[in-house]
Design a protein around this ligand. Structure first.
Ligand SMILES: [Zn+2]
Length: 283
């Protein structure tokens, strides 16, 4: 065997190894075709040009999605419903480790009240046993919402996950049987039981379960802190770890958990904050 031939036999595994290292290098910004609607209000998304090539961005101690469109870098920041209007700061860091603070203004948004009557009293005032379950489920969901997966390429403009009447109910200050509860953190899409629910964007299923309030639920990770939630489903057609493409059926509309009728509750989490899903819809 000649020396050249021995070298060429070695070079393929070596090349594969080098490529693997290149792919594992931390991404500066994820290339996207389109950005969500920018609205710097509580429950909204601030799309901020970074004016630099940041290697990472943080807001309220959570990692923030960096997107690149036409060679320009943007931080796509989820603002919590509980945020106070005023000046907020985003911390940017470049590849060399130098950091810079970028401030932006959050303006006020007044969400109206919604009063609902729930016939199952335990779903409004759970007993002690229920509370143990609720706390366990909420820890499970919070763990899923705080994920950061750089191996996935998030898509920031999506199709609706189901055909139906889209309510603009995100952020409503809710009262169940006249008792104040957490604000509504998603979009409700009313549709008959059994209506297909599809993945609005590609991702990986990271949790499924039958939860006390949310009923049959799926959590879908799209990457870089963008994670979506589907609740009250009739059936779940996917399993944890499964990769799904945009448009692929993941389940069907139902009325499991705390509901007043069949609908899909759809939430979008960005940097561990629930934001208005309407900002991500393509149409
Ligand atoms: Zn809902």
């Amino acid at each position: 065997m000649t020396r050249t031939r021995r070298l060429s036999r070695l070079s393929l595994p070596l090349l594969t190894l080098l490529l693997a290292f290149t792919q594992a290098a931390p991404a500066l910004a994820v290339p996207v075709d389109a950005l969500p609607v920018s609205t710097a209000v509580p429950g909204g998304v601030a799309v901020l040009p970074t004016g630099m090539q940041a290697g990472s961005a943080h807001y309220r101690e959570s990692r923030v999605l960096l997107a690149e469109v036409d060679g320009l870098q943007y931080a796509v920041v989820g603002i919590p419903l509980s945020a106070s209007p005023g000046t907020h700061a985003l911390e940017l860091r470049d590849a060399a480790g130098n950091s810079r603070s970028l401030s932006f203004t959050v303006t006020n948004k007044q969400y109206v009240e919604q009063r609902l009557t729930i016939t199952n009293e335990r779903q409004v005032n759970p007993n002690n046993e229920d509370m143990v379950r609720i706390n366990r489920e909420s820890a499970e969901m919070n763990a899923a919402f705080s994920r950061w997966d750089e191996s996935l390429q998030p898509v920031l403009r999506m199709r609706a996950p189901t055909e139906g009447v889209r309510s603009s109910s995100f952020g409503l200050r809710r009262f169940f049987n006249e008792q104040p509860r957490a604000p509504h953190s998603g979009m409700d899409i009313a549709a008959p039981e059994g209506t297909p629910i599809v993945a609005p964007a590609p991702g990986v299923i990271v949790a499924t379960g039958h939860y006390f309030f949310n009923g049959n639920t799926i959590i879908l990770d799209h990457g870089h802190g963008l994670i979506s939630l589907y609740c009250h489903m009739n059936t779940i057609d996917v399993t944890v770890g499964q990769r799904v493409e945009a448009g692929q059926q993941i389940g069907a509309v139902g009325q499991t958990g705390r509901v007043t009728g069949p609908h899909l509750h759809w939430s979008i989490n960005l940097n561990n904050v629930r934001v208005d899903p309407a900002l991500f819809l393509a149409d």
